[in-house]
Design a protein around this ligand. Structure first.
Ligand code: SME
Length: 149
């Protein structure tokens, strides 16, 4: 899938210059600009409750507004702190389905001062759509966002 990451990055850079980090606009931009990003959202870590809490998102409403650490792909990233690329969600035992259309998912940790505080979660309706370029682009975004959250 040929994504014009450079162009999207330019739009992102403008959003990142806003004094208040516009997380909703960032979700909307990724969702609208990249055809294989079919749900884009942020989850925030609640360490005391051992839960993830859904924040801004773009795409269909989800039942999974709160996810226990360890449950599903996001819950596993809450425990591991390591990005998780899932080319085929239906091949995963520990997966929480949001939509029957979803075929793949990527979840990236977001760190602030070395602490895992949030995640960027993207679902795709396409099989195995996430390339190394997606991963590098999204990791870079998470690195930019972390210190400002
Ligand atoms: N599929 C995720 C749940 C969140 S939705 O994708 C929005 C998971 O398994 O953690």
């Amino acid at each position: 899938m040929a994504t014009d990451f450079e162009n999207v990055q330019k739009s992102l850079n403008l959003l990142l210059k806003e004094p208040q980090l516009p997380l909703q606009k960032i979700c909307d931009l990724l969702f609208n600009a990249i055809p294989h990003y079919n749900w884009v959202g942020f989850y925030f870590m609640e360490d005391d409750a051992q839960m993830l809490q859904l924040g801004p998102y773009a795409g269909a409403a989800t039942d999974h507004t709160r996810i226990p650490f360890g449950r599903g792909i996001c819950g596993q990233v809450a425990v591991s702190g390591v990005a998780f690329v899932v080319p085929d969600v239906w091949a995963e035992d520990n997966y929480l389905a949001c939509s029957l259309e979803t075929k793949a998912e990527i979840v990236l940790p977001i760190f602030k001062e070395g602490k895992l505080i949030a995640q960027l979660d993207i679902d795709s309706h396409y099989a195995n759509p996430f390339t190394d370029k997606d991963r590098a682009f999204l990791e870079n975004l998470c690195t930019d966002l972390g210190p400002r959250l």
